[in-house]
Design a protein around this ligand. Structure first.
Ligand code: SF4
Length: 313
């Protein structure tokens, strides 16, 4: 199986159907930045521990076993999670950004969440679509460095473009649906900010960031257009495509038009944030932790964006 056409053969054959996992082409280059990461994922999130790993940790003897048991909370529903420190860090995150469990017990000692993060997996038709969440610095670096969004079936060498994937899934869309507006009107700007304000803030800084954007509106509109033109249409299309890729399992529920508008609106917001901060990678990452990592925020935005008239956005 070498490309999207071979995937077609595989899915059409009379053999028992196997799940084919598709990854972005840059997946093999993913390596956690560990101590070089400015926004470690070992801080600020609740870390659930699966039952098998809890049992393994329970069985460990010696100081590390004792320390593990002291730092695991049992929830009322029978699940377990690490007891975060006051500043919401994993208790096993060292000051230098490295993981004490990996250093002491090896990577195989990690729970499922820590092993899999920042990967995501969604189903679309017969395909499992995999990728890396953009709240991860390394994932953002890889996406922004890629020329376009290309994908590959797991274990295969030949890649295909995002359009081919959509065609394979029977979800083709016009290219314009994958491009954010070259310029934002004041009405579009106000719409984006109102929608973002309506989401559940991840922290106290998020509403402040939105206020700063609103106050800077007049300067930001031309800077948005300049940034988009400097980065180029292809880069904007890649970003919209990747935001859409992660939501493709919802195509039946919301329709492709609403999902594309969600992706376009959010890419426009990211460029707006980057126009303010002059830091596109951080704008992508920050947007992702606020929106993509909160299912309710994502659903709220898909619904809101899906309802605006096609002419508006
Ligand atoms: S955010 Fe990404 S690069 Fe940073 S520590 Fe987590 S997995 Fe590693």
């Amino acid at each position: 199986m070498n490309d999207v056409n071979d995937m077609d053969d595989k899915c059409d054959s009379n053999e028992p159907r196997e799940i084919i996992t598709v990854w972005p082409d840059f997946a093999d280059a993913f390596v956690c930045k560990a101590d070089r990461c400015q926004h470690t994922c070992c801080r600020g999130w609740e870390i659930d521990i699966d039952a098998a790993t809890t049992a393994y940790y329970d069985s460990l003897e010696g100081p590390i076993g004792e320390e593990l048991r002291e730092n695991i909370d049992a929830q009322a529903d029978g699940t377990h999670s690490f007891h975060l420190t006051q500043d919401e860090r994993c208790p096993f995150l060292r000051e230098d950004g490295l993981c004490r469990l990996i250093r002491t017990l090896g990577e195989e000692a990690l729970c499922e969440v820590c092993t899999m993060h920042p990967r995501f997996f969604i189903m679309s038709g017969q395909l499992e679509l995999a990728g890396f969440g953009l709240a991860c610095e390394k994932a953002v670096e890889l996406l922004l460095a890629a020329d376009s969004l290309r994908l590959r079936a797991e274990g295969e060498s030949k890649s295909f473009d995002f359009g081919a994937l959509l065609a394979f899934l029977g979800r083709e869309v016009p290219r314009e649906w994958l491009l954010p507006p070259r310029e934002l009107t004041l009405a579009q700007f106000s719409f984006l900010l109102a929608q973002m304000k309506d989401t559940e803030p991840i922290d106290a800084v998020w509403p402040q960031q939105l206020t700063a954007l609103r106050l800077d509106c007049r300067q930001l509109l031309p800077r948005y257009a300049k940034l988009l033109s400097e980065r180029g249409e292809r880069a904007a299309e890649k970003l919209v495509s990747y935001l859409l890729y992660r939501q493709l399992s919802k195509a039946d529920a919301y329709g492709m038009e609403a999902l594309c508008r969600y992706a376009r609106c959010n890419a426009a917001f990211i460029y707006l944030l980057a126009a303010k901060t002059h830091d596109l990678p951080e704008a992508v990452r920050r947007w992702s932790e606020q929106i993509e990592y909160d299912e309710e925020n994502t659903a709220r935005l898909i619904e809101a964006c899906g309802q605006v008239p096609a002419m508006f956005f």
